[in-house]
Each structure stands twice: as C-alpha cells, then as structure tokens.
Design a protein around this ligand. Sequence first.
Ligand SMILES: C[S@@+](CC[C@H](N)C(=O)[O-])C[C@H]1O[C@@H](n2cnc3c(N)ncnc32)[C@H](O)[C@@H]1O
Length: 193
Amino acid sequence: MNIKNQKEYFNNTYERWKEISNEKDNIINKTVNALGISKGDSVLDVASGVGILYTALKYKQLSNYIALDISEKMLEGLKTLYPEAKTICTDFDKEVELGEEFDYIIIFNSIPHFKNLDIVFSNAKKHLKSGGIFAIVHARTREGLKEHHKKIGFNLGREAIPSDDILDKLVKKYDFKESIIEDEDFFYFSCIR
Ligand SMILES: C[S@@+](CC[C@H](N)C(=O)[O-])C[C@H]1O[C@@H](n2cnc3c(N)ncnc32)[C@H](O)[C@@H]1O
C-alpha cells in the first residue's frame, strides 16, 4: 500500500483516527511535559488529524492553539470534538504563510506523510518565535514503525522517520539550536529557534 493523495486518503479514513490508546495517551502526556508547554504558550499542531494532541493540550490554558491539517474532514472531526479550537486547512509540505508565530510547532505521529522535509523545516522556522521549539514525535520508534509498516504492507519508498543525519543537516541549514533526538520508547526530536 502507498498513499498517493494525502488529502483524499485522510478525508476518506478520518473516522479511524479518533481512537486513542492508553499508550498513545501516555506518550502525548510525556511529550507535552518534556516540551514544558504551559499556561500562556501558543502551539501550532501540524497534521493535527482529529486533535489527538489536543487531548492533553486543552488543559494547558494556552494563549493560542491552531490545528493545521491538509484534510478538511479531519478538521471537521476535530471541530465536533473541540469547537473552541482554531483550524487551518493547508498543505505543510508546501511553503505556507500563516501570518503568526508560535512558541511550539509540533508534528505528532505524522512525519512519515511529509515528503519535503526541507520545506517542513523552513515552514517551522518561519512560524516560530525566537526561542520557540520545533518538535517531531512519533508514538513508535524508527524500528517499531518500520516493522509496523512491513506488517501492514505500507511502502513509502523512503525512511518513515528521518535519520539523525538528515535531521542534523536540516537543523544546521535552518540555524536551529540544541537539537535532541531520542529513539528508545518512542521517537522524539526537538530543536530551538
Ligand atoms: C496518521 S494521521 C495523524 C494525525 C494526528 N496527529 C494523530 O496523532 O492522530 C496523519 C495526518 O497528517 C495529515 N497530513 C498528511 N499530509 C499532510 C500535509 N502535507 N500537510 C498537512 N497535513 C498533512 C493527514 O491529513 C492526517 O490528519
């Protein structure tokens, strides 16, 4: 299996993505705590789906939360669960101009769907405040995701989670600092603008 059109695929399968296991819930809470997200912060949730990350963020009294996704059906699903959340339907794999900056930009459980990592990093840099944090997190490790994709017959034709080398190059190219890469219980990458 391969996804040819992300928008179409997720518009057709959005019902499936509402489920949140205890394990995923745990990882989301660990992520939000590790990132130090707290009252008054602003967050751009890239490839938000129906708002899985927001299940933890909604308690944080954020100054701004925007869920961005390419699939309008995912965002409609998010809006039925969280009417207060702001949403933007756009393609983050292309240069975007949102007209605002955030303390955090997070891509949770979605990095395999982005082909143009260079543009993803450029978009993140452009929309982060100075000192803001860009994070890519996946509930599976690189190896775990590889096995999972093999099991379900999903073939991307590239690394689902970018290698350390690719991430290091992008961190340098876009002048981010203090990057962290962890791939033990789940995959965690963060860097600071
Ligand atoms: C596997 S789902 C994960 C959604 C959510 N983060 C979660 O944890 O449930 C991947 C999401 O990426 C979105 N997506 C895929 N390509 C995208 C793109 N180019 N720009 C923005 N969103 C995209 C899909 O519409 C989908 O909602």
